[in-house]
Design a protein around this ligand. Structure first.
Ligand code: HEC
Length: 135
């Protein structure tokens, strides 16, 4: 009359326990969660007062943007395997006013050092994130 219990039948009573165990495991961040965490870091460290992620149209006063959009940065350095190192240094020490990388495209004030605002480890993490924001 009765079917022999299958593995599925045997596991059904244990389902609530199995589900609660899965819920208790620390979930790996999804790409969206990672984006949100990186954007929060950049905002908290003051980067977003000059930078944007998406390129911005000219400002209302006709002046160029203050700083390059990070999708433009990702595009400019997409074929440079050393970019993450160079750009981390630039973020920490500031952009060289004698050798601007974005002159003509952004305003005349260059990037000041950010060493007091962000640790080198966090700067590297942000730069690695910026570099994959290729449009
Ligand atoms: C006061 C405005 C300002 C702030 C704050 C600022 N930047 Fe910049 N950033 C600039 C400007 C201007 C440039 C373009 C420099 C140039 O022309 O070489 C730049 C360039 C960059 C570049 C590209 C550098 C290159 O050599 O091409 C990266 C990456 C960058 N910033 C990341 C950051 C990060 C990360 C932060 C926050 C820790 C930050 N910036 C904070 C103004 C700023």
């Amino acid at each position: 009359m009765f079917d022999r219990p299958t593995l599925a039948h045997a596991l059904i009573p244990a389902l609530p326990l199995l589900l609660s165990l899965t819920a208790a495991l620390p979930a790996a961040a999804t790409p969206a969660e990672n984006d949100a965490a990186m954007l929060k870091l950049a905002t908290d460290r003051g980067c977003m007062s000059c930078h944007s992620i998406e390129p911005r149209p000219k400002r209302a006063d006709g002046l160029p943007p203050i700083a390059p959009a990070w999708r433009e940065v990702a595009q400019k350095y997409r074929d440079d395997p050393q970019a993450y190192k160079k750009l981390t240094d630039t973020v920490i020490t500031g952009a060289d006013p004698q050798a601007r990388h974005w002159s003509g495209k952004v305003g005349v004030v260059t990037m000041p050092p950010n060493a007091t605002a962000i640790s080198p480890a966090d700067a590297r993490m942000l730069v690695n994130w910026i570099l994959v924001l290729v449009p």
